[in-house]
Design a binder for this molecule. Structure first.
Ligand SMILES: Cc1cc2nc3c(=O)[nH]c(=O)nc-3n(C[C@H](O)[C@H](O)[C@H](O)COP(=O)(O)OP(=O)(O)OC[C@H]3O[C@@H](n4cnc5c(N)ncnc54)[C@H](O)[C@@H]3O)c2cc1C
Length: 417
């Protein structure tokens, strides 16, 4: 019997496996994919993530210290920071590098095996794949978005999510990230062109519904502008959780990464938070395994610790996200115009609050700005509370915003792996 079975060889699962195998535990990682890390993603990671989890520089496509935001009005505002804030990496190579190190530390990988059933017993967990069953003392569930396995364990699923769609495109003169806003393009969210290698970019958008249609019009508009010359592969859709699970542990089990909803609700980026949460999870499991105290009561410390680390970001980010979804095109265009003309964007770019991964202080700065905060307060009084209170606890969402959630259908995400 293994000490730990990890289901899912994404950033969360591989990092947990690396950390636990390095501490001497017997670890088996199971993934239904043959090619580790080959999951829909843009591969943008912030500098802090990159510093903590570096990658061979040859596998970094670009350093990012500038991006253009295109307002619904068509106004283009460029945001430039003195130093790089993020990098675009080869995502498959980045995620695989964690698996390589986990293997070196002794973890065993079973690829191309789909986990179909999980059973909790008094003294072990039984994991059934399409190729037989394995037992372990504990389980790390890191199966990403849309996994049925959460539900099998009675842990439910994140209560809100968005659909991402993306394809590789050939481009002309796209050397910096472009972010597009507007209800016609990606209502409540955004679309992107992220250059990787010369003449190639990832084009995508986040949206609650009609992702394929929105994607086609986004690409057509960029083709008409001469920015995109060809779509190289078929666009792929996948979901991104916007809210965490209520409970991310049960007897002998911890849930990490997208499966737990540990994602920035502002942008849908989840690599860094998955890595952070998997470190917390492996610390908690190490303690529990060494004392052989593996009940939910003992494993609850994991949730307390990851919440200490991430819950302010998740709460403030989700509030900001819902308010942004509520803004009309004219509000967004006006905010961007004002921010660009009153020097706020330049001030923000130079300020220590700018971080690719930690957004709550930036959100506080925007909400507290006399002009920008004023426009937003007109639109939604909830923002006034946010600007005043540094404490995210106790926030609530107006009923009309909550209603948007029910319009999302799982069918749009395709068949979960
Ligand atoms: C379009 C798009 C763009 C994105 N861009 C970025 C970005 O630029 N930066 C960023 O930080 N985040 C981005 N994300 C989010 C990011 O990809 C995820 O947050 C991150 O991959 C989560 O890691 P994870 O390990 O939790 O899950 P995943 O990476 O999803 O890994 C889960 C693994 O579990 C496996 N699995 C699932 N079910 C089973 C099963 N039953 N049996 C066996 N194996 C199973 C899957 O094959 C998969 O390999 C993007 C997401 C989308 C959709």
């Amino acid at each position: 019997m293994q000490d730990v079975i990890v289901v899912g060889a994404g950033p969360a699962g591989n990092n947990a496996a690396l950390s636990l195998a390095s501490k001497g535990y017997g670890v088996t990682v199971i993934d239904s994919r043959e090619n580790i890390g080959d999951k829909l993603c843009t591969g943008l990671v912030g500098e802090e993530c990159f510093r903590r989890h570096p990658i061979d520089p040859a596998l970094v496509y670009r350093e990012i210290n500038a991006a253009s935001v295109i307002a619904p009005s068509g106004e283009v505002v460029r945001f430039e920071t003195p130093l790089p804030v993020a990098r675009v990496v080869n995502r498959v190579a980045y995620v695989s590098s964690f698996a390589d190190r986990a293997r070196e530390a002794g973890a065993e990988y079973l690829l191309g095996r789909r986990v179909v059933d999980l059973e909790q017993h008094k003294d072990w967990i039984s994991v059934t794949t399409d190729d037989g069953s394995i037992k372990a003392r504990t389980l790390v569930l890191a199966a990403g978005f849309g996994s049925q396995l959460n539900r099998q364990l009675g842990l439910g699923e994140p209560s809100d999510y968005v659909v991402g769609i993306q394809a590789l495109v050939r481009t002309e003169n796209i050397d910096e990230i472009e972010v597009y806003l507007g209800r016609d393009i990606a209502p409540g969210f955004f679309a992107w062109l992220v250059p990787t290698e010369p003449g190639i970019a990832l084009a995508g958008l986040l949206v609650r519904k009609n992702a394929p249609e929105k994607f086609v019009s986004f690409i057509s508009a960029r083709e008409a502008e001469g920015k995109i010359t060809e779509t190289v592969n078929k666009p792929v859709c996948w979901g991104i959780p916007l809210r965490p699970l209520r409970k991310t542990y049960t007897d002998r089990v911890l849930v990490v990464g997208d499966a737990a909803g540990q994602v920035k609700p502002t942008t849908g980026g989840g690599i860094f938070y998955s890595l952070l949460a998997s470190e917390v999870a492996s610390g908690a499991l190490h303690q529990a395994l060494s004392e052989d105290k593996l009940s939910a009561n003992h494993l609850g410390v994991y949730q307390k610790e990851w919440k200490n680390l991430l819950s302010t970001e998740l709460e403030v980010g989700y509030s900001a996200r819902r308010m942004f979804e509520y803004l009309g095109d004219s509000h967004i265009s006006s905010l961007i115009h004002q921010a660009s003309n009153n020097g706020f964007i330049a001030e923000l770019a130079d300020s220590p609050e700018v971080s690719f991964d930690w957004h709550s202080s930036m959100i506080g700065k925007i909400a507290g700005h006399p002009t920008l905060g004023g426009v937003l307060r007109l639109v939604n009084p909830l923002l006034a509370r946010m600007a005043k209170s540094p404490e995210p606890a106790g926030m609530f969402f107006p009923d009309q915003l909550v209603a948007v959630e029910s319009e999302v259908t799982m069918a749009e995400t395709g068949t979960p792996v």
